[in-house]
Design a protein around this ligand. Structure first.
Ligand code: ADE
Length: 226
Protein backbone atom coordinates (compact mmCIF):
# COMPACT_ATOMS: atom_id res chain seq x y z
CA UNK A 1 0.00 0.00 0.00
CA UNK A 2 1.15 3.54 -0.74
CA UNK A 3 0.45 6.72 1.24
CA UNK A 4 1.04 10.20 -0.17
CA UNK A 5 0.73 13.08 2.28
CA UNK A 6 0.28 16.67 1.05
CA UNK A 7 1.31 19.23 3.63
CA UNK A 8 2.79 22.69 4.12
CA UNK A 9 5.08 21.18 6.79
CA UNK A 10 6.69 18.04 5.34
CA UNK A 11 9.14 17.66 8.25
CA UNK A 12 6.25 17.30 10.70
CA UNK A 13 5.09 14.20 8.85
CA UNK A 14 8.31 12.75 7.49
CA UNK A 15 10.27 12.64 10.75
CA UNK A 16 7.87 10.77 13.03
CA UNK A 17 7.02 8.12 10.45
CA UNK A 18 10.67 7.18 9.92
CA UNK A 19 10.79 5.72 13.43
CA UNK A 20 9.45 2.66 15.23
CA UNK A 21 7.41 -0.06 13.53
CA UNK A 22 6.24 2.09 10.65
CA UNK A 23 9.79 3.24 9.94
CA UNK A 24 10.90 -0.36 9.78
CA UNK A 25 7.97 -1.27 7.52
CA UNK A 26 8.96 1.55 5.15
CA UNK A 27 12.56 0.34 5.06
CA UNK A 28 11.43 -3.23 4.46
CA UNK A 29 9.15 -2.08 1.62
CA UNK A 30 5.90 -3.31 3.22
CA UNK A 31 4.58 0.26 2.95
CA UNK A 32 5.45 3.16 0.63
CA UNK A 33 5.26 6.79 1.73
CA UNK A 34 5.57 10.05 -0.16
CA UNK A 35 5.48 13.41 1.63
CA UNK A 36 4.90 16.42 -0.62
CA UNK A 37 5.16 20.14 0.05
CA UNK A 38 1.96 21.87 -1.08
CA UNK A 39 3.99 25.07 -1.41
CA UNK A 40 5.69 23.58 -4.48
CA UNK A 41 2.37 24.39 -6.20
CA UNK A 42 2.13 27.87 -4.63
CA UNK A 43 1.49 30.90 -6.81
CA UNK A 44 3.96 33.54 -7.91
CA UNK A 45 7.34 34.49 -6.60
CA UNK A 46 6.23 33.99 -2.99
CA UNK A 47 4.63 30.61 -3.65
CA UNK A 48 1.40 31.82 -2.10
CA UNK A 49 -0.98 29.06 -0.97
CA UNK A 50 -3.73 31.02 0.80
CA UNK A 51 -5.84 34.15 0.56
CA UNK A 52 -8.42 36.18 2.50
CA UNK A 53 -11.95 34.74 2.66
CA UNK A 54 -14.63 36.04 0.29
CA UNK A 55 -17.36 37.64 2.38
CA UNK A 56 -14.88 38.79 4.98
CA UNK A 57 -13.85 37.36 8.33
CA UNK A 58 -10.63 36.52 10.06
CA UNK A 59 -7.86 34.19 8.98
CA UNK A 60 -6.73 32.87 5.65
CA UNK A 61 -8.15 30.17 3.38
CA UNK A 62 -6.14 27.65 1.38
CA UNK A 63 -6.66 28.14 -2.34
CA UNK A 64 -8.36 25.58 -4.57
CA UNK A 65 -6.07 26.48 -7.49
CA UNK A 66 -3.07 25.44 -5.38
CA UNK A 67 -4.54 22.23 -3.94
CA UNK A 68 -5.90 21.07 -7.31
CA UNK A 69 -2.47 20.70 -8.99
CA UNK A 70 -0.96 19.40 -5.71
CA UNK A 71 -3.51 16.57 -5.61
CA UNK A 72 -3.32 15.96 -9.37
CA UNK A 73 0.45 15.46 -9.09
CA UNK A 74 0.02 12.34 -6.91
CA UNK A 75 -3.44 11.05 -7.91
CA UNK A 76 -3.66 7.70 -9.70
CA UNK A 77 -6.77 6.01 -11.14
CA UNK A 78 -6.98 3.84 -7.98
CA UNK A 79 -6.39 6.64 -5.44
CA UNK A 80 -8.64 7.40 -2.48
CA UNK A 81 -8.20 11.06 -1.52
CA UNK A 82 -8.84 12.17 2.07
CA UNK A 83 -8.97 15.74 3.36
CA UNK A 84 -8.46 16.36 7.08
CA UNK A 85 -10.90 18.76 8.69
CA UNK A 86 -12.50 19.00 12.15
CA UNK A 87 -15.88 18.64 10.39
CA UNK A 88 -14.95 15.34 8.71
CA UNK A 89 -16.19 11.85 9.51
CA UNK A 90 -14.68 10.63 12.76
CA UNK A 91 -11.71 8.29 12.26
CA UNK A 92 -11.94 4.95 14.07
CA UNK A 93 -10.62 1.39 13.89
CA UNK A 94 -13.26 0.44 11.34
CA UNK A 95 -12.12 3.24 9.03
CA UNK A 96 -8.48 2.15 9.49
CA UNK A 97 -9.52 -1.37 8.46
CA UNK A 98 -11.27 0.01 5.37
CA UNK A 99 -8.26 2.15 4.42
CA UNK A 100 -5.95 -0.86 4.85
CA UNK A 101 -7.74 -2.57 1.94
CA UNK A 102 -6.92 0.30 -0.46
CA UNK A 103 -3.92 0.42 -2.80
CA UNK A 104 -3.32 4.17 -2.55
CA UNK A 105 -4.34 6.71 0.07
CA UNK A 106 -3.73 10.42 -0.53
CA UNK A 107 -3.91 12.49 2.68
CA UNK A 108 -4.39 16.24 2.32
CA UNK A 109 -3.53 18.32 5.39
CA UNK A 110 -5.44 21.58 5.71
CA UNK A 111 -4.16 24.63 7.54
CA UNK A 112 -5.07 28.17 8.48
CA UNK A 113 -8.74 28.97 9.09
CA UNK A 114 -9.76 26.49 6.51
CA UNK A 115 -9.71 25.24 2.97
CA UNK A 116 -11.72 26.56 0.04
CA UNK A 117 -14.90 24.46 0.11
CA UNK A 118 -14.49 23.56 -3.57
CA UNK A 119 -11.66 21.23 -2.55
CA UNK A 120 -14.09 19.17 -0.47
CA UNK A 121 -16.80 19.43 -3.11
CA UNK A 122 -14.78 18.50 -6.19
CA UNK A 123 -11.30 17.21 -5.43
CA UNK A 124 -11.47 14.70 -2.57
CA UNK A 125 -13.36 11.46 -1.92
CA UNK A 126 -13.86 11.86 1.82
CA UNK A 127 -13.20 14.26 4.71
CA UNK A 128 -11.91 12.86 8.01
CA UNK A 129 -11.48 14.16 11.55
CA UNK A 130 -9.46 12.39 14.23
CA UNK A 131 -11.62 13.71 17.08
CA UNK A 132 -13.83 16.45 18.44
CA UNK A 133 -11.16 19.08 18.96
CA UNK A 134 -9.52 21.61 16.66
CA UNK A 135 -5.89 21.20 15.63
CA UNK A 136 -3.76 23.83 13.88
CA UNK A 137 -3.54 21.57 10.85
CA UNK A 138 -4.03 18.08 9.50
CA UNK A 139 -0.47 16.82 10.05
CA UNK A 140 -1.14 15.04 13.34
CA UNK A 141 -4.24 13.54 11.80
CA UNK A 142 -2.16 12.22 8.88
CA UNK A 143 0.29 10.64 11.35
CA UNK A 144 -2.56 8.98 13.23
CA UNK A 145 -4.18 7.64 10.06
CA UNK A 146 -0.94 6.35 8.51
CA UNK A 147 0.08 4.64 11.76
CA UNK A 148 -3.30 3.04 12.51
CA UNK A 149 -3.72 1.90 8.89
CA UNK A 150 -0.17 0.74 8.11
CA UNK A 151 0.06 -1.46 11.19
CA UNK A 152 -2.84 -3.53 9.82
CA UNK A 153 -0.97 -4.35 6.60
CA UNK A 154 0.65 -7.76 6.13
CA UNK A 155 4.23 -7.90 7.41
CA UNK A 156 4.18 -4.56 9.21
CA UNK A 157 3.82 -5.81 12.79
CA UNK A 158 5.82 -8.96 12.22
CA UNK A 159 3.53 -10.93 14.50
CA UNK A 160 0.50 -11.55 12.29
CA UNK A 161 -1.92 -12.15 15.17
CA UNK A 162 -1.21 -9.14 17.34
CA UNK A 163 -3.36 -6.66 15.43
CA UNK A 164 -6.51 -8.77 15.70
CA UNK A 165 -6.85 -9.47 19.44
CA UNK A 166 -6.60 -5.94 20.78
CA UNK A 167 -8.86 -3.05 21.69
CA UNK A 168 -11.50 -2.08 19.13
CA UNK A 169 -10.95 -5.17 17.00
CA UNK A 170 -13.99 -7.24 16.07
CA UNK A 171 -14.53 -8.22 19.73
CA UNK A 172 -15.71 -4.63 20.31
CA UNK A 173 -14.08 -4.34 23.73
CA UNK A 174 -10.99 -2.69 25.12
CA UNK A 175 -7.92 -4.83 25.60
CA UNK A 176 -7.26 -6.95 28.68
CA UNK A 177 -4.33 -5.92 30.95
CA UNK A 178 -0.81 -7.20 30.20
CA UNK A 179 1.95 -8.05 32.68
CA UNK A 180 5.59 -9.11 32.36
CA UNK A 181 8.54 -9.70 34.70
CA UNK A 182 9.14 -9.05 37.54
CA UNK A 183 6.36 -11.08 39.19
CA UNK A 184 6.37 -8.58 42.02
CA UNK A 185 7.60 -4.99 42.09
CA UNK A 186 7.34 -2.70 45.12
CA UNK A 187 4.71 -5.05 46.48
CA UNK A 188 2.63 -4.88 43.25
CA UNK A 189 2.03 -8.50 42.30
CA UNK A 190 1.05 -9.95 38.94
CA UNK A 191 -2.38 -11.69 39.19
CA UNK A 192 -1.82 -15.32 40.23
CA UNK A 193 -4.00 -16.68 37.48
CA UNK A 194 -1.52 -15.56 34.80
CA UNK A 195 1.14 -17.75 36.41
CA UNK A 196 -1.16 -20.79 36.70
CA UNK A 197 -0.34 -22.25 33.29
CA UNK A 198 -4.05 -22.96 32.77
CA UNK A 199 -4.72 -21.40 29.35
CA UNK A 200 -8.47 -21.92 29.53
CA UNK A 201 -8.74 -20.05 32.82
CA UNK A 202 -6.30 -17.35 31.60
CA UNK A 203 -8.44 -16.77 28.50
CA UNK A 204 -11.64 -16.56 30.54
CA UNK A 205 -10.00 -14.15 33.01
CA UNK A 206 -8.77 -11.93 30.15
CA UNK A 207 -12.20 -11.84 28.53
CA UNK A 208 -13.81 -10.85 31.83
CA UNK A 209 -11.16 -8.17 32.48
CA UNK A 210 -11.73 -6.73 28.99
CA UNK A 211 -15.49 -6.74 29.49
CA UNK A 212 -15.28 -5.09 32.92
CA UNK A 213 -12.82 -2.42 31.75
CA UNK A 214 -14.97 -1.61 28.71
CA UNK A 215 -18.04 -1.32 30.94
CA UNK A 216 -16.15 0.97 33.36
CA UNK A 217 -14.38 3.38 30.99
CA UNK A 218 -16.31 3.05 27.70
CA UNK A 219 -19.92 2.18 28.44
CA UNK A 220 -20.74 3.46 24.94
CA UNK A 221 -18.70 0.61 23.41
CA UNK A 222 -20.19 -1.92 25.82
CA UNK A 223 -23.70 -0.82 24.77
CA UNK A 224 -22.82 -0.91 21.07
CA UNK A 225 -21.81 -4.55 21.48
CA UNK A 226 -24.93 -5.77 23.28
N1 ADE B 1 -7.67 19.74 11.36
C1 ADE B 1 -7.97 20.51 12.42
N2 ADE B 1 -8.55 19.80 13.40
C2 ADE B 1 -8.62 18.52 12.95
C3 ADE B 1 -9.12 17.31 13.49
N3 ADE B 1 -9.68 17.24 14.70
N4 ADE B 1 -9.02 16.19 12.73
C4 ADE B 1 -8.49 16.24 11.51
N5 ADE B 1 -7.99 17.35 10.95
C5 ADE B 1 -8.06 18.48 11.65
Amino acid sequence: MRFDVLTLFPDMVEGPLRHSMIGRALEAGHVELGVHDIRAHGLGRHRTVDDAPFGGGSGMVMRVDVLDPAIAAVRRPDSHVVLFEPSGTRFDQRMAERFATLPHLVLVCGHYEGIDARVREHLVDETVSIGDYVLTGGEYAALVVVDATARLLPGVLGNATSASDESFSSSGTLEYPHYTRPREYRGWAVPDILLSGNHGRVDAWRREQARARTEAVRPDLAREKS
